[in-house]
Design a protein around this ligand. Sequence first.
Ligand SMILES: C[S@@+](CC[C@H](N)C(=O)[O-])C[C@H]1O[C@@H](n2cnc3c(N)ncnc32)[C@H](O)[C@@H]1O
Length: 208
Amino acid sequence: MKKSKRRKKSNTWKIKQHRDQFFKKSKTLGYRSRAAFKLIELDKKFRFLKENTNLLDIGAYPGGWSQVARQKIDTGKIMSLDLEKMEEIKQVSFLQDDFLKDSTRLQILKFFKGNLDVILSDMAADTTGNKSLDCIRTNQLCSEAIEFSYKNLKKNGVLVSKLFMGEDFLQVKDLAKSKFEKVQFFKPEASRNESKETYIHCAILKTL
Ligand SMILES: C[S@@+](CC[C@H](N)C(=O)[O-])C[C@H]1O[C@@H](n2cnc3c(N)ncnc32)[C@H](O)[C@@H]1O
């Protein structure tokens, strides 16, 4: 077998192993998605899920992140939002709608009444087959989450969002830095190495 073919086969094997490892773990622990482990790692690093946190989970389906958030948050309110219908999670209010719509945003604001501590966004745009375009479209969703968070989080609020290390990565980073005092990046182990996915953690709103 040619060297390049052997390398490709070994990479495919590694990706499958990685996927299977987190898939099995999520089944054992009752999580709806492997993504749950990404949030567990993110929280271990940044410690934003506290007992009375009021939290919005955008792009929540099938619900792994919301499950983890509900386990860690004791008394705080949780709202989850997705384009897809999500199976109920106890004590999580679910809204099936588009985050980009004004009417959706109004419903979110009505729910939290100015008391929003943490916004999570794991939103990903539908894939088109064009990786560069997919990155840009998902990063646009991240930018929308940054703008919304800046307008609606409490002063010491936190935003954690998915983004891709694509060509517009620096633009998104600059946007975040213009709105938050502290901006950090972290790629959880549960996120595949080959994927350009990473997560941005933004804390403390800047005052103009
Ligand atoms: C990677 S999945 C989220 C996985 C989830 N964090 C979990 O733990 O199970 C990305 C989700 O983003 C949602 N999404 C994409 N664009 C959206 C939008 N404009 N409004 C709401 N949800 C959106 C998709 O429907 C998809 O379910």
